[in-house]
Write a protein that binds this ligand. Structure first.
Ligand SMILES: Cc1cc2nc3c(=O)[nH]c(=O)nc-3n(C[C@H](O)[C@H](O)[C@H](O)COP(=O)(O)OP(=O)(O)OC[C@H]3O[C@@H](n4cnc5c(N)ncnc54)[C@H](O)[C@@H]3O)c2cc1C
Length: 255
């Protein structure tokens, strides 16, 4: 089947990858470049972790996600992932207790670290008092821009059509037709919309159900002695304040 995919972020590109594997023909449209530096999927890092507080559903999805990433590395012939382990420290007490309860419900292996052990394992300043830590050996850093870049090359090598700078202005799901900004219409057998934070603009009926949120990223060049600490440190999840926060490894030590 010919499947029209609107959006060339990680969701659109990995959907196209899965479609090729199943013998279908994806056609990807993106309003910007592919990969698109303005998309949520484009950055040095994203983390994959098991701790999601009480949200068992997220935690359950992570195991199949690891398997899917491994399939992708095999197809790409290279791995864009560093398994650093992850550590949930302090932050909101309910996140800690609810993540631990979720692990117990789902039989996810974890270790509880006390604050002395945490200080030895992660001798990096954090914004809160270090209380207890939940440690998962599985999890780490996905090298996001390399992944979307490699997926784009892989899809092109498979002969998939990728149309950058091509905005879709309307979707007719019933007839599987997309209308582009230049008013041309293109028909397939089905349409998948993977438009990320832009989705409610294309599909206004979604606006009542999904609310895009903004996250800030701060890049820091740590002093040399902290750089060394990071080499053996887990990714730190939710390490302070009232909002989620994460500390990733400086990308240069993951190469
Ligand atoms: C700062 C930050 C940190 C994050 N950290 C993590 C993390 O650690 N772990 C994690 O799992 N997730 C994390 N996320 C979330 C994750 O990055 C996103 O969920 C994911 O990248 C979304 O991918 P997507 O393909 O849905 O959207 P996007 O990557 O935004 O892609 C959507 C694409 O659709 C295109 N598009 C939109 N509308 C149209 C249109 N009408 N026509 C044509 N093209 C269109 C856009 O140009 C864009 O390229 C983070 C997000 C941010 C912003």
């Amino acid at each position: 089947m010919k499947i029209l995919v609107v959006g060339g972020g990680i969701v659109g590109l990995s959907t196209a990858w899965a479609l090729v594997r199943l013998g279908h023909t994806p056609v990807v449209y993106d309003q910007g470049a592919v990969p698109n530096p303005m998309a949520a999927s484009y950055d040095q890092h994203r983390i994959i972790r098991l701790a999601y507080g009480e949200r068992d559903g997220y935690c359950r999805m992570v195991k199949p996600a690891f398997q899917a990433w491994r399939r992708l590395w095999r197809d790409l012939g290279e791995q864009h992932y560093a398994e650093t382990s992850t550590l949930l420290i302090g932050g909101r007490a309910d996140d800690y207790a609810s993540s631990r309860a979720s692990f117990d419900r789902l039989n996810v292996p974890y270790e509880e670290l006390d604050k002395v052990t945490i200080k030895q394992a992660v001798p990096i300043p954090t914004t809160t008092q270090r209380r207890m830590g939940l440690y998962n050996a599985e999890g780490g850093v996905l090298l996001a821009d390399r992944i979307v870049g490699a997926l784009t090359v892989w899809l092109r090598n498979q002969g998939s059509e990728i149309h950058p700078q091509t905005m879709v202005r309307d979707v007719d799901f019933h007839h599987a037709i997309v209308t582009l900004n230049d008013h041309t219409q293109h028909e397939g057998d089905a349409v998948v919309v993977a438009a990320g934070a832009w989705a409610p603009q294309l599909l206004p009926e979604l606006a009542a159900h999904v609310k895009p949120i903004r996250q800030a990223v701060i890049y820091l060049r740590p002093p040399a002695h902290y750089l060394q600490c990071w080499r053996n440190s887990p990714v730190i999840v939710d390490f302070g304040g009232t909002d989620d926060a994460r500390a990733y490894h400086p990308s240069q030590i993951l190469d």
